[in-house]
Design a protein around this ligand. Structure first.
Ligand code: SF4
Length: 472
């Protein structure tokens, strides 16, 4: 298979979008943990680690406003201690944090001990750094209190982190797979993606697979996608089995396990089949994942943690209700969703702090809608149409998490996003792919709407539901 080689702006892989990590937030938990670890690795690579006696972390903008509720403080401590979001066992987090706070000491990369006083060394600053609302600054000090090293990082959404020069910082902190110089079917816009599909006679998933093989062999792409699916399914399973309340002072009750029990029993209890029963299952899958995320459990950024339930819910729906759906459909679904996510990553935003919830649940809905249309037999044009519908009806959606926690409205919002994605796919499949508003135009509109949105609606918990709910 040959393509028109083109140097892409920045090659983005499906595995940059689907990252196995921990809750509750990709931008406020996963990104800061990666940034903190990166700074500790930087100190090590420069041979400075032994001289460091204290380390100050400054959290700016949205990371400061909702950082505590989103676990940014804990993520930074874990990252400095050398932990990675994709590897850490969620059950070890509490004891690790408790030990740092009790001993007032932190072991950088698990080896070099430095003083840690929460009030002195972890600062929440309301202003934003110029590049992005989610900024972090790390300052390493020696025994005389002199600065040994200082670096800024930005958690730009979906667990993506860039340094002050705009260079991408990967989860692997130095052991990342080298990015390919060019992809066989590079695309920066939806129009280019469709043109490549037309020219090559390929589906979006087949085109993505060809691009992904520039990072890793096809068999590995397939098996890693199935691992992503496995992690998504694991989050659903744990969410369906966990009861009690979620962390935080609101004491929000977990509902997925109860709903799961009701749905399992509903087949025998009802005289006539409920024509909308599938919708209950979709709601269940999304809520299970997002409750697991809110509890700090293992989830997949898809494309963010706050929106982690939409794609697993729609994929579970397809696996459960479409006879014969199996691993091939999973691979096609995730590759198609990733292609759509890449368009948002390149031309839009995956950050609630930058564009509101349009960039999280809105993007997840768009990705899931296109992917479902693909596995239901849609043409690339119908897939693009479904993805466009999925975003068009999320335009303007604000981010106003109550109490700064990724719980209300986030958990139910994922269920709503999943149901909307299914409807978008169905609408697109009833047409022939031609439509008025292109996916590129709707992405552009999302960015413009986000730019006009007041800061209080962008993950600061200073507007909307966040200020209209009386906490008990
Ligand atoms: S409201 Fe949306 S963007 Fe904001 S934290 Fe919740 S899921 Fe994320």
């Amino acid at each position: 298979m040959t393509g028109t080689a083109k140097a892409p702006s920045t090659p983005v892989s499906a595995f940059d979008l689907f990252k196995i990590g921990i809750g509750p937030s990709s931008s406020h938990t996963v990104g800061p943990m990666i940034a903190a670890r990166q700074f500790a690795c930087l100190l090590q690579s420069r041979g400075l680690l032994p001289q460091v006696t204290a380390l100050v972390t400054q959290l700016y903008g949205s990371l400061s406003a909702t950082g505590r509720g989103h676990g940014t403080d804990r993520a930074v401590l874990l990252g400095l201690a050398g932990h990675r979001p994709d590897r850490i066992d969620p059950d070890t987090i509490e004891p690790a944090i408790a030990a740092i706070r009790r001993e007032r000491r932190l072991h950088l990369l698990g080896t070099h001990a430095v003083a840690f006083d929460e009030k002195e060394h972890l600062l929440f600053l309301r202003k934003s750094l110029p590049r992005h609302p989610n900024g972090l600054r790390f300052i390493a000090l020696d025994a005389q209190g002199q600065t040994l090293a200082e670096a800024d990082y930005f958690s730009v959404g979906g667990g993506f982190v860039v340094d002050a020069q705009g260079e991408s910082v990967r989860n692997e902190a130095g052991v990342q797979r080298p990015a390919p110089a060019a992809l066989p079917f590079a695309f920066d816009t939806g129009a280019e993606l469709l043109a490549q599909c037309r020219a090559q006679g390929l589906s979006i998933a087949a085109l993505m697979m060809a691009n992904e093989t520039q990072w890793r062999p096809q068999a590995e792409v397939r098996s890693e996608l199935l691992q992503v699916w496995d992690a998504m399914a694991g989050a659903v399973r744990r969410g369906c089995a966990s009861t009690g309340t979620l962390p935080g002072r609101m004491q929000v009750r977990r509902r997925a396990a109860d709903l799961f029990g009701q749905l399992q029993g509903s087949g025998t209890a009802q005289a006539a089949p409920d024509p909308l029963a599938a919708m209950d299952w979709v709601n269940l899958y999304a809520m299970a994942v997002n409750e697991e995320n809110a509890a700090g459990g293992r989830v997949v950024t898809a494309p963010t943690n706050g929106a982690a339930g939409v794609i697993p819910a729609v994929l579970h729906y397809h696996q459960r209700f479409f006879p014969g759906a199996g691993d091939e459909a999973v691979v096609e679904f995730l590759l198609t969703a990733a292609a759509i996510g890449i368009l948002y990553k390149k031309n839009g935003s995956l950050s609630g702090a930058e564009v509101g919830c349009q960039g999280e649940v809105g993007v997840a809905c768009s990705m899931a809608a296109g992917a479902l249309a693909a596995v239901m037999g849609g043409t690339p044009g119908q897939v693009e149409n479904a993805a466009e519908i999925g975003m068009e009806h999320n335009l303007g959606m604000t981010c106003d998490p109550v109490s700064g926690l990724v719980q209300i409205p986030c958990i139910e919002r994922n269920a709503m996003g999943a149901v909307k994605a299914i409807n978008a796919a169905r609408m697109a499949l009833r047409g022939d792919g031609s439509h008025f508003v292109s996916l590129d135009k709707v992405i552009q509109t999302m960015m413009q709407t986000g730019a006009d949105m007041k800061t209080k609606y962008k993950e600061t918990s200073r507007g909307g539901l966040a200020v209209n709910i009386v906490e008990c």
